[in-house]
Design a protein around this ligand. Structure first.
Ligand SMILES: Nc1ncnc2c1ncn2[C@@H]1O[C@H](COP(=O)(O)OP(=O)(O)OP(=O)(O)O)[C@@H](O)[C@H]1O
Length: 312
C-alpha cells in the first residue's frame, strides 16, 4: 500500500444504544479528492474522529499511510485535518495560533507564514482569532492542516460558513492539492458541493457505505439511457418510436421521454418517419440526484427527509 493512502476497514462503534458505525470500510487513494457524503447522523464525523485517533472503534481499524494515527511519529507531517474550526483560543492572533501549533509539533516558524499566504489570511493574521468569521476560521483551520506539508488531508465539512468566493477558492485548493498527489477526504452533507471537485465519492448512511465509486460512473448509472424529446406532435413521435421497438412515453403536450437508445438513434427514427421535433437532449443526472436516490431510505431523522423535500 502507498504511504499516502487512508484505509478504513470494518469500523464498528456504538454510543450506548446508538450504532454510529456499522462496518464502515473504504480507501482514499493518493491524487484523488474523495467526497464522504451522507445525511446527518450517518457516521461521517465519527469515522473521521476514529481515523484521527480521537475516538476508539469497538471493532475494525483505520490506517494512515499504513499506520494507526497514534503510531505516526510527527502526525502533522503525514496528515492534515480540519475537524472543528471553532476549536481555537480566541485571544490568540491567527498567526500565534499557528506558531503555537508548529512549536508543539517541533516545527520552526518557517511554514507558518507560507500557510497563512496559502489560505489568503495575510491581512487578518495579526488579529485575534476570536473575532474571525466562520469562513476565516475555516481558512485558519486549513492553514493549520497544511503546516506540516502532509500527503493526506482530511476535512470535515470544510465549506461550512464559507461565502461563494470562499467556496470557489476552496474547490480550487482541494483540486490543486490532489493534483500534487495528495490523498484528500472531504465530508459534506450536501452532495452538490462536491460536484466538479470529487473524483470519487463514498456515500454513507446509518454507519455503513451505500456506494463507493467514481463520480463519473455513479452519474452515468443514475442517468440511465433517457432522452427527452421536444415536439409539436408527441403522439406521432411516440407511435414512430414504438414501431421501431423503442420505449417512449408522452410526458406532456410537447415532450416525449425515450428510454434505452441514444439520442442519435431517436433523431434517425423521427427523421425517417417525418415527425417534426425541435430538441433532443440526453438526460444527465446530477450528483445530487444520485445522492437522493441512494439515501432516500437512510435518513436517521424524518426531519432530514422533509428538509430535502423542501429544497427540491
Ligand atoms: N459522543 C457521542 N455520544 C453519543 N452519540 C453520538 C456521539 N457521537 C456521535 N453520536 C451518534 O452517532 C451517530 C453518528 O454521528 P456522526 O456525528 O458521526 O454523524 P455525521 O454523519 O457526522 O452527522 P452530521 O452530518 O450531523 O455531523 C449519530 O446517531 C450521533 O447521534
Amino acid at each position: 500500500m502507498s504511504d499516502a493512502t487512508i484505509e478504513v476497514s470494518g469500523l464498528r462503534k456504538r454510543f450506548g444504544p446508538t450504532v454510529a458505525l456499522d462496518g464502515m470500510t473504504f480507501t482514499v487513494t493518493p491524487g484523488t479528492v474523495t467526497g464522504f457524503v451522507g445525511p446527518n447522523g450517518a457516521g461521517k464525523s465519527t469515522t473521521i474522529r476514529v481515523i484521527l485517533g480521537l475516538d476508539a472503534p469497538d471493532e475494525g481499524h483505520a490506517l494512515i499511510g499504513g499506520r494507526p494515527y497514534a503510531q505516526l511519529p510527527h502526525p502533522l507531517h503525514h496528515v492534515g485535518a480540519l475537524v472543528d474550526a471553532a476549536a481555537l483560543q480566541p485571544s490568540r492572533t491567527g498567526r500565534n495560533h499557528l506558531l503555537w501549533l508548529a512549536h508543539s509539533q517541533g516545527m520552526s516558524a518557517g511554514p507558518v507564514d507560507a500557510a497563512i499566504e496559502l489560505v489568503g489570511l495575510g491581512s487578518a493574521a495579526r488579529r485575534k482569532a476570536g473575532g474571525y468569521s466562520l469562513g476565516m476560521r475555516q481558512r485558519l483551520g486549513i492553514a493549520a492542516a497544511m503546516l506540516g506539508a502532509p500527503r493526506m488531508i482530511i476535512m470535515d465539512e470544510p465549506f461550512n460558513g464559507m461565502d461563494p468566493e470562499g467556496i470557489i477558492w476552496m474547490r480550487g485548493l482541494l483540486r490543486s492539492l490532489a493534483a500534487e498527489g495528495r490523498a484528500i477526504l472531504v465530508s459534506s452533507h450536501l452532495m452538490g458541493e462536491l460536484q466538479g471537485i470529487a473524483d470519487h465519492v463514498v456515500v454513507v448512511g446509518r454507519g455503513r457505505v451505500l456506494a463507493d465509486a467514481r463520480v463519473e460512473d455513479l452519474v452515468a448509472r443514475a442517468s440511465g439511457d433517457q432522452v427527452r424529446l421536444r415536439t409539436s406532435a408527441p403522439a406521432d413521435a411516440a407511435a414512430a418510436l414504438h414501431r421501431s421497438a423503442t420505449a417512449a412515453t408522452v410526458t406532456d403536450a410537447h415532450t416525449v421521454t425515450v428510454s434505452g437508445v441514444p439520442a442519435q438513434r431517436v433523431v434517425e427514427i423521427l427523421s425517417q418517419a417525418g415527425v417534426p421535433f425541435s430538441e433532443v437532449t440526453t438526460h444527465r443526472a446530477t450528483l445530487e440526484d444520485v445522492y437522493l436516490q441512494l439515501t432516500s431510505s437512510e435518513t436517521e431523522y424524518q426531519a432530514g427527509t422533509l428538509h430535502r423535500e423542501a429544497r427540491r
